[in-house]
Design a protein around this ligand. Structure first.
Ligand SMILES: C[S@@+](CC[C@H](N)C(=O)[O-])C[C@H]1O[C@@H](n2cnc3c(N)ncnc32)[C@H](O)[C@@H]1O
Length: 268
């Protein structure tokens, strides 16, 4: 598809879907506002995965390598899913999200280990895309034989579709999964109010200061004692930093690459 056709299709979509158009414009505006602010540097706060697990769960008998072996199947499934997509054009119906948009394996492994150790009943995540974070969580719930993952995401652009949300998640892992269609600003409050106390909240949707702050403020009161609030991509703005400062807590910060970090807060 050439640029002009893309633009015409995009405009037609926005005109026929004014709500989606407003969401796209609002997200762009929020990102632009965020780019005007200096961001906190997490480099000095970072802790490697082994140490995060040792400090959080000193009693755990399992080595990281054992957990890592358990996720080999998930990782190979992700590898073949992405192999099929790599030659497709982005954005398109077949490839609605860029491949680098997805959670890195180390963060996925953290989510898996966390769910294996604390054996959660209820997890809420925002932002699914192909479903990588969901898969790591669901693999643990499948092995635990308990727990439900509630994921909030929607169709925001003409190339996205309901079918592609979580499309990487294999059928045997879907038993413990409930997809809630809508933006987090529309669905998070009502979802949490209906669910009650929560073991884990994971943010990976729209990474703007406004949206992240809204999600953290909304989810935190629902998280049980010893439960977790986790956020992907904390380094694009100061929402995570301002949130943990406000509640007077210190996070764990797991490095993904030089610029990107996963933020972890345990509620005491
Ligand atoms: C970074 S991707 C999620 C990656 C995913 N967690 C993974 O591990 O592969 C961001 C996702 O957030 C969704 N999203 C964007 N804005 C959102 C909003 N306001 N509410 C809910 N989801 C949103 C997008 O549709 C996209 O699927």
């Amino acid at each position: 598809m050439n640029k002009l056709t893309f633009l015409v299709n995009f405009l037609a979509y926005v005109i026929t879907n004014p709500k989606a158009g407003r969401q796209i414009l609002d997200a762009k505006y929020q990102s632009r506002q965020d780019s005007k602010h200096r961001v906190f540097n997490y480099a000095e706060k970072k802790t490697q995965l082994d140490d995060v697990i040792k400090v959080l769960f000193p009693q755990s008998q399992h080595a990281i390598e054992d957990f890592s072996k358990n996720t080999a199947e998930v990782q190979s499934h992700i590898g073949s899913f992405f192999d099929k997509l790599k030659n497709e054009t982005y954005p398109s119906k077949k490839k609605p999200y860029p491949l680098e948009y997805t959670l890195d394996n180390k963060s996925g492994l953290f989510l898996y280990i966390l769910c294996k150790i604390i054996r959660p009943e209820k997890i809420v995540e925002t932002g699914v895309a192909y479903g990588l974070s969901s898969m790591y969580i669901l693999q643990a719930l499948f092995e635990n034989k308990k727990g439900t993952l509630y994921s909030i995401d929607s169709v925001f652009t003409p190339w996205q579709s309901k079918e592609m949300i979580g499309s990487a998640i294999p059928s045997h892992l879907r038993k413990n999964w409930k997809l809630i269609l809508g933006s987090s600003s529309e669905k998070l409050k009502e979802t949490l109010s209906a669910l009650g106390p929560l073991d884990i909240f994971f943010h990976d949707s729209l990474h703007t200061y406004k949206n992240m702050t809204f999600e953290f403020d909304t989810a935190w009161p629902f998280i049980i004692k010893n439960g977790f609030l986790i956020s992907d991509d904390i380094s694009g703005n100061n929402a995570f930093h301002d949130f943990y400062s406000k509640i007077d807590m210190e996070p764990f910060v797991l490095p993904q690459n030089e610029k990107s970090f996963l933020g972890i807060l345990k509620k005491s």
